[in-house]
Design a protein around this ligand. Structure first.
Ligand code: KG4
Ligand code: ZN
Length: 349
């Protein structure tokens, strides 16, 4: 039985978890976890401020490790390994988490596991669904990433699609800002969209029908801004129409990726935007059309958390992968380093 301490600090959530790699259910696998959101610190600025995030992680993380071990009724000596996000993400926060993990690993003489945050999201489906087998098709949609990957195994990813401009979560966040809904934007847009008419505002569906399954959301965001400036539509109608346009794009692109991938056992959605109920419903229908199960982790495992980092650590530990104490914190760390750059893509791809 491997017990793993997991640490996440790559964006604006400070999170710690104890994971039991041998657990056979979700509840048994997550022994204890805590998460502290920094929403209140960043809200006045309308987005995540890297310096504020790093300072907040530094303040919160060490006491949280103690509290989570107490919750679990365990000590550092009981852990088999210490896993932490080593990137990609805001480098100040990543360094706080990784250095904390290194210090704990050194003090307790435990192996360190440097986890790719995106692999944490990718494997969160196997944490939630113990039976989920490789290979599966993954739609990874968060604030910083929007990709479709064939997950072939631990550390084995083939990227089929990426965004040429904004990530899906970023499009939700910008729409929220345009509509004055505050921060964080995704859940606020989803709530308001429930009160609106998704057919009220004609909005573009960028790249719909294009041959490769890539994404683009910048044009949609500009159209949302024009719709607001026109002053004739209710905010709820704009929110609902935006959400529908974004989902139409995601479904079309994912359908294209399913056709381009090899055989898979399931369609999986992960990352913060996977918490969106309308998106989940549309993906459920798409998976049924493809004759595949849809695996969507519970919303709390979709947004950033430490359980997924501890779980990725448990999977890596079981496969014999550990990392040296000089492992680097990496601001950029693609899951598929061989993926070709996409024509027309900005720096984020
Ligand atoms: O995975 P995550 O917690 O952090 C990153 O690694 O980016 O994803 C956060 C993103 C944000 O853009 C947030 O607005 C979006 O996920 N999000 C949502 C919802 N909940 C979170 N977007 C749409 N609907 C939601 N319910
Ligand atoms: Zn994330």
């Amino acid at each position: 039985m491997a017990l793993i301490l997991g640490i996440e600090s790559s964006c604006d959530e400070t999170a710690v978890a104890v994971i039991d790699g041998a657990g056979s259910t979700l509840a048994a696998r997550i022994v204890a976890q805590r998460i502290a959101s920094q929403d209140d610190e960043h809200r006045p600025y309308g987005g995540v401020v890297p310096e504020i995030a790093a300072r907040a992680h530094a303040e919160t993380l060490a006491p949280m490790v103690g509290a989570v071990l107490d919750d679990a009724g365990l000590t550092l000596a009981d852990m088999d390994a210490i896993a932490a996000t080593a990137g990609p993400g805001l480098i100040g926060g990543v360094m706080v988490g990784l250095v904390t993990a290194k210090a704990l690993a050194m003090a307790a003489d435990k192996p360190l596991i440097a986890v790719n945050h995106l692999e944490g999201h990718a494997l969160s489906a196997r944490l939630a669904e113990p039976g989920l087998a490789f290979p599966y098709l993954l739609l990874l949609a968060s604030g910083g990433h929007c990709q479709i990957l064939e997950v072939r195994g631990l550390g084995q990813y083939r990227r089929l699609a990426t965004t040429i401009d904004d990530a899906l979560g970023e499009a939700f966040d910008k729409t929220a800002k345009i509509l004055g809904l505050g921060f964080p934007g995704g859940p606020a847009v989803e709530r308001l969209a429930r009160e609106g008419d998704a057919r009220a505002v004609p909005l573009p569906r960028p790249l719909l029908g294009s041959a490769e399954p890539h994404f683009s959301f910048a044009g949609l965001k500009s159209a949302v801004m024009r719709a607001r400036d026109a002053g004739i539509h209710a905010s709820a109608d704009i929110a609902a129409s935006f959400q529908q346009a974004a989902i139409d794009c995601v479904i079309d692109r994912t359908r294209r990726a399913l056709a381009a991938s090899g055989p898979v056992t399931a369609l999986v959605v992960a990352g913060g935007v996977a918490a969106n109920a309308a998106l989940r419903a549309a993906l459920t229908a798409l998976a049924a059309e493809a004759g595949l199960p849809l695996v969507a982790p519970p919303p709390k495992l979709c947004t950033d958390n430490a359980a997924m980092i501890g779980w990725a650590g448990a999977e890596r530990f079981a496969a014999g992968f550990t990392d040296p104490l000089d492992a680097l914190a990496r601001p950029r760390w693609p899951l598929d380093p061989d993926a070709e750059p996409v024509r027309g893509a900005g720096v984020k791809a």
